[in-house]
Design a protein around this ligand. Structure first.
Ligand code: PBG
Length: 333
């Protein structure tokens, strides 16, 4: 019978033992990705009769009302429980009027989906003006041509109330105005929508990875402009924590970091510091890079997709908004 011999070298820990078989690896996996973690971003366009492909987002389309309902029904069958809607209006103007029109395209789509799915589906609406403004900025422009923070807040409040009225469970302000969460919370509470959830795009960076999204919503920022005066500088992580804390203090129910992969340090820091659910948005450019390289046969697209979204969860995200939702759900089912 072997006895403990104090003089014997302590047995070397063999880390590979637990990696030997798929069953062992499955047993000890620290992170699991499931359909419950995923939110599908979907585009719905006013005034079209057939869904339109988006060249820079292969596999993603601008939906008609009808094709959106069908897509969400298929997602629901796959077990996906949440979607976030983005609208593409037929007409854009300086104030982004369509965003708060009760008969605007997103509001119509919210009512359709609420009718179809009741409370079985978490319905989110992106809350911003850029899809609806003719200058492509996320807010109203002041006389100096810069985005006017406080005038924009009044518009966000109107949009929030209309989206909640149309059936959004969750409104997701993405414009990065100071005070947007508190303003929206007050507007929702003051209009009988105290149960409407706010998912704050809290740490949203001025990223070059949003290009395909802007194709998807037909946004071109006027005069070759950009969003660096309101979205965050990619150089800054401490500032992201200030944004995240401010949004929670103002009443955010959930917070988001965006984009995902280049900001996993921020996701991890948010998870460590906050007790609200943390979301991460795996954005259009992140998706497009996988698709482009896979199309050339340079990477195994589905494997990279799982590795990337799994890494976002491992870093600490509770939920992931991703254009990969459908294909991951198909793979898991
Ligand atoms: C703004 C908004 C953007 C995205 C989501 N909400 C674009 C932007 O900030 O320029 C980008 C999402 C993506 O790239 O997938 N309404």
């Amino acid at each position: 019978m072997p006895t403990y011999d104090g003089a014997m070298a302590f047995p070397q820990r063999r880390l590979r033992r637990l990696r030997r078989t798929p069953a062992l690896r499955r047993l000890v996996a620290e992170t699991r990705l499931g359909v419950d973690d995923l939110v599908a971003p979907l585009f719905v366009r006013e005034g079209i009769t057939d869904p339109r492909p988006i060249a820079s987002l292969p596999g993603v389309v601008q939906h008609t009302r009808e094709s959106l309902r069908k897509e969400v029904a298929e997602l629901a069958t796959l077990g996906v429980g949440a979607v976030i809607l983005f609208g593409v209006p037929a007409v854009k103007d300086a104030r982004g009027t369509g965003a708060s029109d009760p008969d605007g395209i997103v509001q119509i789509a919210l009512r359709d989906l609420r009718d179809d799915f009741g409370d079985d589906l978490v319905l989110m609406a992106d809350l911003c003006l850029d899809e609806y403004t003719d200058h492509g900025h996320c807010g109203l422009l002041g006389a100096d041509g810069a985005v006017d923070n406080d005038a924009t807040l009044d518009r966000y409040a109107e949009v929030a109330v209309v989206q909640a009225g149309a059936g959004a469970d969750v409104v997701a302000p993405s414009g990065m105005m100071d005070g947007q969460v508190g303003t929206i919370r007050a507007a929702l509470d003051g209009s009988g929508h105290d149960q409407a959830v706010i998912l704050a795009y809290a740490a949203k960076y001025a990223s070059a990875l949003y290009g395909p999204f802007r194709d998807a919503v037909d946004v071109r920022i006027a005069d070759g402009g950009d969003r660096r005066a309101y979205q965050q500088d990619p150089a800054n992580a401490r500032e992201a924590l200030a944004e995240l804390r401010a949004d929670v203090a103002e009443g955010a129910d959930m917070v988001m970091v965006k984009p995902a992969l280049a900001y996993l340090d921020v996701v991890a820091a948010a998870r460590a510091e906050l007790d609200v659910p943390v979301a991460a948005y795996h954005v259009s450019g992140e998706y497009a890079m996988i698709k482009a390289a896979a199309e050339r046969g340079w990477i195994d697209g589905p494997a990279v997709a799982l590795e990337h979204i799994g890494a976002v969860k491992r870093a600490g995200a509770d939920l992931v908004l991703t254009y990969l939702t459908r294909e991951i759900a198909e793979g898991l089912s």
